[in-house]
Design a protein around this ligand. Structure first.
Ligand code: ZN
Ligand code: ZN
Length: 421
């Protein structure tokens, strides 16, 4: 059993006094607090190299931390060791007769599995064992939820990488690299996650990934990982490309609509053989007439074959594409970039495409360097995110490798995403 120190949990009586020491006196950085409602605890993580401190603040009576502090005063509450296989670790400890609090793994925060060892077995220390959630788990998952009169299915077309600096614009690397660790070529991992809307009028796919037409050079530049791609994901959901009635493009960049065509025996054809393709006319115009700044993102093979096949329905403005599904132009990222509202009764889901490509982009100033008109992105985003918080929109993040969808919440002036999928 190989165990690595994950963090040390410290029970705190007065969080402001604790912050004055750990943050102000020691100069450590404190992450946004995380609420653990079931335990009546607020956890403040303090990264210290490969491990962390976790300041635990009781938020109500009956909190285990409140009881602990009452009885023993503030101090070290537990240590957490990370293991690769928690079940194997527990079996091993049971075979040795080690006294456990949890006989079986149970769900912890952020998709981890956890189990506690009894302090009497660990010489007076409460020891938590933790098996973290596998990285990029959500990115390659197909998930279906009922949403009012619709079924929403979040699909994936694998992973790719883009330059971290370009993804975060004016945000300095020390800030973004904590949320999106770059590789040795400064690239961060991103997902391509289309959304299927199923309704009584048929089945719509919104965006459709990059597809597999790219050459070896592009595969190297973007580090595509498509061992499992859209066809697998559709199959996981019990669907096939032929079951799609409408394909809607947020914009025509290759990572959003490249999957709309496939190359077969040297010829290009629509991937969704039965589908109409709903595309904003002015976005098509821009894509068909690229300039130096956007040429690398608009690949004619992704969309021209659709028009030749006569399967495109152009539309002009912010229209309702099918009952309950309407588009709204954001501009910013491209001149005609749009997001998609899916509305049923008083519930609204929004597929935000490259307006909020990842959860990190919910901060107003986190605007992509790729955007052609960043001030337009900023203006739209400020308005939209406020509205999304107030009206509790379910937000789909197309490129986030860990969070497919969630609600944006505001806690003590800080924006966070409460993950749903
Ligand atoms: Zn784009
Ligand atoms: Zn994109």
């Amino acid at each position: 059993m190989k165990a690595v120190l994950d963090h040390v949990g410290i029970a705190v009586r007065d969080i402001d006094a604790a912050l004055a020491f750990y943050r102000d006196a020691l100069g450590l950085e404190i992450e946004e607090p995380e609420e653990v409602a079931s335990q009546r605890v607020r956890a403040h993580f303090v990264p210290v190299g490969a491990s962390a401190l976790e300041l635990l603040e009781p938020t109500g009576d009956g909190s285990v931390i409140a009881k602990y502090v009452e009885k023993r005063g503030p101090g070290i509450h537990h240590i957490t060791l990370r293991v690769e296989d928690l079940q194997a670790a527990l079996d091993h400890l049971k075979a040795l007769g080690v006294r456990l609090v949890d006989q079986e793994p149970r769900p912890g925060a952020e998709g981890a599995l956890v189990a506690f060892i009894h302090p009497s077995a660990a010489h007076g220390v409460l020891v938590e064992l933790k098996q973290p959630a596998p990285a990029a788990r959500t990115a390659l998952e197909t998930q279906r939820i009922a949403f009012g009169r619709f079924d929403l299915v979040t699909l994936h077309d694998g992973l790719f990488r883009l330059d971290g600096g370009a993804m975060f614009g004016v945000v300095p690397r020390p800030l973004w690299e904590k949320k999106a660790p770059p590789d040795d070529r400064n690239r961060i991992q991103l997902s391509m996650r289309p959304l299927v809307v199923e309704a009584d009028w048929g089945r719509m796919i919104i965006d459709c990934g990059a597809g597999d037409k790219m050459d070896a050079k592009a595969r190297d530049i973007y580090a595509f990982e498509r061992a499992r791609h859209l066809d697998h994901s559709l199959a996981d959901a019990g669907l096939s490309p032929d079951s799609i009635d409408i394909a809607l493009a947020t914009h025509l960049h290759f990572d959003h609509f490249g999957g709309a065509t496939v190359r077969e025996d040297g010829a290009l054809r629509p991937r969704f053989a039965r589908a109409r393709h709903a595309i904003r006319a002015a976005e098509w115009e821009d894509a068909a007439h690229p300039h130096e700044r956007n040429r690398a993102s608009y690949l004619p093979d992704d969309f021209l074959p659709l028009e030749r096949a006569g399967v495109v329905d152009f539309f002009e403005g912010d229209e309702t594409i099918r009952p309950g599904v309407r588009v709204v132009r954001t501009g910013g990222h491209t001149g005609q970039h749009q997001i998609v509202f899916v509305e049923s009764g008083d519930r609204t889901a929004v597929f935000t495409a490259d307006l909020l490509p990842t959860t990190a982009h919910i901060q107003d100033a986190w605007v992509m360097g790729y955007d052609l008109f960043p001030m337009e992105t900023l203006a739209f985003k400020k308005r939209f995110v406020r509205e999304a918080i107030e009206r509790e929109y379910l937000i789909f993040f197309e490129h986030d490798p860990l969070v497919a969808a969630g609600y944006i919440r505001e806690r003590e002036g800080q924006r966070i995403v409460e993950q749903v999928l």
